[in-house]
Design a protein around this ligand. Structure first.
Ligand code: NAP
Length: 259
């Protein structure tokens, strides 16, 4: 597979979990990696690890619940590393932060989830696409979810945002297919991250199961995925090898969905 030598890649939600693994993969493939999230200590750690492995990375703190953040983030990256050629929409608010049945759902949590999981990818993608189209080369990769295809019990905002972002990305793919830009989603199942730790604790408690027993039965293959199970797909989709793939949504879910 060809690498990403010299490509400028912006990864949101990059400080830990899946985003961190994608950043390390991009750094190893030769990209200049713009590492973004709110937690500056986590960003510094990712940047340090990429540089220690011989790669190039810079931290760009941003809070994507602020509607003004996408524009200033893209401008900062362009001024420091160059125009973004690979955009990874990965930052997310999980269903686990405030799980409730729909009839009890917190309206502020609904707004926050939609802002970070759907509106921020909309704004970032809308702003990142014109220079990609002008250059005749670009990649947009969105970390959606298996909950882009199925509901999330007590996670209405999460499932709605993840279904929405899949539709958004499929539309962007249709509009850019002839222009050298590909747009795809990755749909993970349960991955061992801070977000999912909280979710499986909630579900195990709700079901009255021991945590280990609950975790072992989460996927047909068995147990949870690791962030490193997701990152190679993000590297592949960003590479020239992925040039004929657009409008797709790849489940990496341990066999939860076989559709
Ligand atoms: P995680 O370890 O909790 O990471 C979430 C990342 O998003 C963090 O870097 C966090 O950084 C960032 N983030 C959250 N709110 C933000 C905001 N307002 N502004 C900017 N950044 C923000 O969770 P993860 O599991 O790796 O999640 C990454 C993506 O994978 C999400 O889109 C999630 O929905 C998706 N996903 C995860 C799973 C799973 O089982 N883990 C399954 C399917 C899909 P700060 O808090 O420092 O801002």
């Amino acid at each position: 597979m060809q690498g990403l030598a010299g490509r400028v890649a912006l990864v949101t939600g990059a400080g830990r979990g899946i985003g961190r693994a994608i950043c390390l993969g991009y750094g190893a493939a030769g990209a200049k990696v713009a590492v973004s999230a709110r937690s500056t200590d986590e960003l510094a750690s990712v940047v340090q690890d990429i540089r220690a492995a011989g790669g190039t990375a810079e931290a760009f703190p941003a809070d994507l619940s602020d509607p003004a953040a996408p524009a200033s983030l893209l401008e900062s990256v362009a001024a420091t590393l160059g125009t973004v050629e690979v955009l990874v929409n990965n930052a997310g608010v999980g269903s686990s932060s405030d799980p409730k049945p729909l009839v009890e759902f917190d309206d502020e949590f609904w707004k926050l989830t939609l802002e970070v999981n759907l509106n921020a990818p909309y704004r970032l993608t809308k702003l990142a696409l014109p220079p990609m189209i002008a250059a005749g080369w670009g990649r947009v990769i969105t970390v959606a979810s298996i909950n882009s295809r199925m509901g999330s019990l007590h996670g209405a905002a999460y499932a709605a945002s993840k279904h929405g972002v899949l539709g958004l990305m499929r539309t962007a793919a249709m509009e850019t297919a002839t222009l050298g830009v590909t747009v795809n989603c990755i749909c993970p199942g349960p991955v061992r991250t801070l977000m999912n730790d909280k979710r499986i604790e909630y579900d195990a408690d709700r079901l009255g199961r021991a945590l280990e027993e609950h975790e072992s039965g989460l996927t047909p293959i068995g147990g949870r995925l690791e962030p490193d199970d997701i990152a190679p797909m993000a590297v592949y989709l960003a590479s020239d090898a992925g040039r004929m793939i657009t409008g797709q949504a790849y489940n990496i879910c341990g066999g939860i969905s076989m559709a």
